[in-house]
Structures are given as C-alpha cells and as structure tokens.
Design a protein around this ligand. Structure first.
Ligand code: ADP
Length: 248
C-alpha cells in the first residue's frame, strides 16, 4: 500500500551567499490533504516552492516524493513525476481561446509530435477532454472566448484547469487567492476543495480565513524555519505564531 505521506523534506536548507533563506525545514505532506504553507513576508515560502520544483537546488537536505529521493531530479522530471506548480502570476495565453489554453496543457503529455495531434480524431479527443476540464472549473460558458477577456478570478480558474490537464498527483498553488474579491475567493476555494478530492495540494496563501477553511494541515514558516505545524485551530493559538504575525 502507498504510504500516507506523499511528499517529505528532510532538513531542507537553502543559502544564498551566506544568507540562510530556508533552514532545516522538514515537511511531511499527507496524501490527499490540503496542506498550507504560511508565514510573514520573507519567511522562505517561495524559496521552499522553488526547491520543491527544483528551480533551485538545495544547499542541504533531501526531498522525497512517493518515497523516492528527488533531490537531484531536473525541473521537467519533477513535473513528469506528478508535481505541478501553478504560478502566482497568471500564466495564460491571452490570444488563445479558453478552450485552446487547456488544450495546450493537454497536448504536452502527448509529446511534441505535431503530426500526431494534428490528426482530427486526436484533436476531437483533446477538445472533449478540455471541455470536461472547463466544466469542472466552471468555465464551459467561456470556452470560445479569448482568454484575455476573462475576468481576473476566472483567469485563475483557467490556470488551474491548465495545470489539471497535466494530471498532477500533487498541485502546488502559489497564492491562489492573491488580488481577488470575496466572490472569486469563494469560487476558487470551492474549486480547490473539489480538485483536492483526488490529489494532494500544497499551497502558499496569505488569506488566513481561506487557509483556516480549506487546510487539513498548516506549516508556519518564519525567517526560514518551521515555527509551528498542525491544524489551523492549533497553530493559530501558538504564541510564536501570534508573535510572528502580530509582532506582539
Ligand atoms: P516568502 O515567499 O516567504 O516571502 P522568500 O522565499 O521569497 O520568502 O524569501 C526568503 C528570504 O530569502 C528573503 O529574505 C529573501 O530576500 C531571500 N531570497 C530569496 N531569494 C533570494 C535570492 N535569489 N538571492 C538572495 N536572497 C534571496
């Protein structure tokens, strides 16, 4: 049986020319959970994401995914193994339609054989699957509109649909609620919850009410170190966490 821990870091450390941005961070992310990484600005959250996706190489420590040590694996291989990151800055092709944006994501796992996916039956299949994904994220009604016309919150939903096209086992969400109003926040939160039904989610998010509603487990970072971890009710009462957030 697969272990209940899908992703683990052991003593993860990243130094930038003598400055330790991430120090001895050991995370255990449970399979199927929504796990939030929170902490004040400069805590090291983005650096941890960059280490997990291998945009950065750790100075020390190990990363294990499904029990396999992926510390030395290249970024493209991390994605191939099933860890996909959705970016904070909208990574949507504005001139393509909403449907085409998702299709681009679907084409990638099929490889680069242009001839292959140009064939009509393959294209039909891709369009069908892209439409299903758009239905999942509530964007079916926008399928044939240029992505540039989508309101901001819908663009984030499209971004999630594009990452889902890659069939990730684990999704890393970088501030999914950044810059959103209440309505969009509620819609994206419901979407994240739905999406989490058959995959693991690790997210960096500043909106603590979203974090408290969605997360099964929270790791609080401050100055590169793990300050506390546990369910929201527990970590939010932790004196060190209150101090890091309120400065009191
Ligand atoms: P967070 O995402 O929690 O706001 P970051 O991971 O972006 O924090 O940054 C953690 C610390 O590491 C900050 O003090 C930041 O200035 C520093 N840092 C991040 N990236 C680099 C880099 N490439 N070179 C030097 N220092 C960096």
């Amino acid at each position: 049986m697969a272990s209940d821990v899908i992703l683990e870091t052991r003593g993860l450390t990243k130094e930038f020319r003598g400055f330790v941005a991430v120090r001895d961070v050991s995370l255990r992310v449970k399979r199927g959970s929504i796990h939030a990484l929170i902490g004040p600005n400069g805590a090291g959250k983005t650096t941890v994401f960059n280490l997990l996706t291998k945009f950065l190489q750790p100075s020390n420590g190990n990363i294990l995914f499904n029990g396999r040590d992926i510390t030395a694996v290249k970024p493209a291989d991390v994605a191939r193994l099933g860890i996909i990151r959705s970016f904070q800055i909208s990574a949507v092709f504005p001139h393509l339609t909403v449907l085409e944006n998702v299709r681009v994501g679907l084409q990638r796992p099929l490889g680069n054989s242009f001839q292959f996916w140009k064939s009509e039956s393959v294209l039909d299949r891709l369009n069908g699957r892209a439409m299903e994904l758009l239905e999942d994220v509530g964007l079916a009604g926008y399928a044939h509109r240029p992505a540039a016309e989508l309101p901001y919150g819908r663009k984030r939903a499209l971004e999630i649909a594009t990452t889902l096209a890659l069939e990730p086992e684990m999704l890393l969400l970088d501030e999914p609620m950044a810059g959103m109003g209440h309505e969009d926040i509620d819609r994206i939160a419901a979407l994240i919850k739905r999406v989490s039904a058959n995959r693991t989610i690790l997210m960096v998010e500043h909106n603590l009410s979203v974090v408290s509603n969605l997360s099964d487990w929270i790791t609080v970072l401050a100055r590169g170190e793990v300050l506390a971890e546990g369910p929201y009710a527990e970590v939010s009462r932790h004196p060190k966490v209150r101090e890091a957030y309120m400065g009191s």
